[in-house]
Write a protein that binds this ligand. Sequence first.
Ligand code: ADP
Length: 360
Amino acid sequence: ANYSALLAENRKLHNEVQELKGNIRVYCRIRPFLRGQKEKQSVVEYIGENGELIIVNPSKQGKEGRRSFKFNKVYNPAATQADVYSDIQPLIQSVLDGYNVCIFAYGQTGSGKTYTMTGPDKATEENWGVNYRALNDIFRISQTRVNTFTFEITVQMMEIYNEQVRDLLSSDGSARKLGIVSTPQPNGLAVPEASMHTVNKTSDVLNLMDIGLRNRHRGSTAMNERSSRSHSVVTIHVRGMDIKSGSSMRSSLHLVDLAGSERVDRSEVTGDRLKEAQHINKSLSALGDVIYALAQKNAHVPYRNSKLTQVLQTSLGGQAKTLMFVQLNPEVGSHSETTSTLKFAERASGVELGAARSSK
Ligand code: ADP
């Protein structure tokens, strides 16, 4: 197929809308095929070097089945955790320069959100996800500045489930329900009731992550089920003081593993499951609306429509830097979910294009 013609056709439009963009960056990561799956059945037809992506629906011929997208970056499925981290490292570094940063992973369950943000189960240092690497890096960089700055680094970990915020690091392990302050406080705390934990070294980080993950699964019989139906938010607060002048700055980094974005067939679920699905749908739409409003530079940004957007308010918009990982499942059976994931990302980034023309 003649991809360059297809892409060139869309490039002009891509460039035009690119200029409308807000501060959000969108990086697309495609999960590799897992053991036992057939590689040739991927919905991903083409990955360009400049963030181009072509998705194909194998059940449709020609232009009908093909759609092109463009993001800030698209990773080859073989990209490692280190590859991905090295691209976002400058963002993490900017937290120590006083910027608020929000990084979140969006996609259907099984598309690799947790892999990107945390890593696989029983991760080794080599396949650590963004959370571990970012925290470690923040220590490392803060150490290089000890002659001029003192830094205090604290961590909160929360879960948002059915529009209720819970503390994943409370000392009694009860995953307490918490309130959110309606307007961001000068100290940047959206959820002041969530317990704060000072971290000084890598092992502190590992301990907290362990506790948080354990609490996240607590009380649910189907472990993975519950964690894919809730948003998890790790917030790293940095307070730096200039030793000479005594002036101080505060910033925060939000690392968010969102609930699975898959649509639930309303005719098939009832009761608690339906309620969960409605809450997830509402909060992901609210997130999309906030990002869209920011990208369009709208005067009104609808932060108040969900707990998720309220918790993240300080790191969405304004001077904050936001990065979304769009996670894709490459399996043919996921084509329709993959397409809706990409449409969400496209709208959020301010880039909306029609179906790709046929490359023939
Ligand atoms: P999600 O959080 O979106 O539900 P997971 O992160 O749990 O998805 O990923 C589903 C499965 O795929 C897990 O077994 C995970 O370890 C694996 N996986 C995801 N992304 C990768 C990757 N880039 N490399 C290797 N395995 C991956």
